[in-house]
Design a protein around this ligand. Structure first.
Ligand code: ADP
Ligand code: MG
Ligand code: MG
Length: 319
């Protein structure tokens, strides 16, 4: 009876995902973890009319404290706290601006200035009130809306890990769409080896990381974008301008034992840019960074040196 192994591949949260679990009961565990992710998608999506987040958005400005559940309320409160830590970089009330650019549906386009300023006037986390104990939230002004695209996959990774561990799994690898989560080490006791994609060609790697009980979450302008009149517009918005962030970075990878923090910070620090990202890193001890700059320079924080392999030289990168 050799080691058991199971894989679930599926489409959720608008991206292709996979869950590999190892050990006894792997198949049931991977299926349970997948169900957890799919359930969260139904709760957190704002394009599903009956989701909790759609209910919150539908009541914007009417004074209703919308009943969520304690987990969702905690996720909203966490997201607000990231806005306070990195003001001007991160805001889940960016939804009206995402809509103005057509990123929510298929019709992507540069918005006219009136549409964009009307959308921008609705952005601001101070207009989102959350009562974690009661499990409720309220959007203060009509037209406001929440978009959890920046944190949903990291949160899903945390929930999937819970499901796997409850089923007795201590070794697994999750790929929830540029959020790679390593549970435990591999079954042979060594760390997982995970590549950070080249922003110019995601079948090639800038570097390889060693991960164990950690997530590596990557955000970049190359993930979702459209072109208009020869200009590329991507889906991570600078909340101060309403335009796609242009901070001198091609991608940001955050490595952390906190899966949700990794996802939130990869988005926020992509907007922040290299100087502010490194300054923020210096102020904390719960994550590491791989920054890929517009000049094809890889900036790697000290905590990653062990198990880090640079593979971007032939691709034209410096490290
Ligand atoms: P991915 O699309 O791979 O999940 P991110 O985790 O970086 O990449 O999340 C990007 C998503 O976050 C966007 O599609 C949008 O839903 C939302 N978003 C865009 N800009 C911001 C921002 N400045 N703050 C918070 N959320 C944002
Ligand atoms: Mg993110
Ligand atoms: Mg993400």
């Amino acid at each position: 009876c050799g080691a058991q192994e199971a894989e679930e591949q599926f489409f959720s949260m608008d991206t292709v995902m996979s869950i590999h679990a190892y050990g006894s009961g792997a198949a049931e565990a991977a299926a349970a973890a997948r169900r957890e992710v799919e359930a969260l998608d139904s709760q957190l999506s704002r394009t599903k009319a009956d989701s909790l987040i759609s209910q919150l958005n539908a009541h914007a400005g009417d004074g209703t404290d919308v009943a969520l559940d304690t987990d969702t309320a905690r996720l909203l409160a966490f997201s607000k706290s990231i806005s306070q830590l990195l003001p001007g970089d991160f805001d889940i009330t960016i939804a009206p601006v995402m809509d103005a650019w057509g990123f929510t549906g298929e019709d992507r386009h540069v918005p006219d200035s009136e549409t964009l300023s009307a959308a921008m006037a609705l952005v601001g986390s101070e207009g989102l009130s959350v009562d974690e104990a009661a499990g409720t939230a309220r959007l203060e002004r009509a037209g406001m809306a929440v978009d959890l695209g920046a944190v949903a996959k990291g949160y899903a990774a945390a929930k999937a890990e819970e499901a796997l561990r409850e089923a007795g799994i201590t070794s697994a690898l999750l790929d929830l769409g540029r959020n790679i989560t390593a549970i435990g080490p591999k079954t042979d006791g060594t760390a997982w080896r995970v590549g950070v994609a080249d922003p110019e060609n995601d079948s090639q790697y800038l570097c390889i990381l060693s991960l164990e009980d950690q997530t590596a979450s990557t955000s970049g302008g190359y993930e979702r974008y459209f072109e208009e009149n020869g200009v590329r517009y991507h889906h991570i918005i600078d909340p101060e301008t309403g335009y796609p962030a242009d901070s001198g970075l091609k991608s940001v990878t955050v490595i952390s034992a906190d899966h949700l923090l990794a996802d939130a910070l990869s988005t926020a620090l992509f907007v922040a840019g290299p100087e502010e990202a490194l300054e923020f890193w210096r102020s904390r001890d719960d994550f590491e960074l791989v920054l890929c700059t517009g000049e094809n320079q890889l900036l790697v924080t000290e905590g990653l040196e062990a198990g880090f392999t640079f593979t971007g030289e032939e691709l034209g990168y410096d490290c």
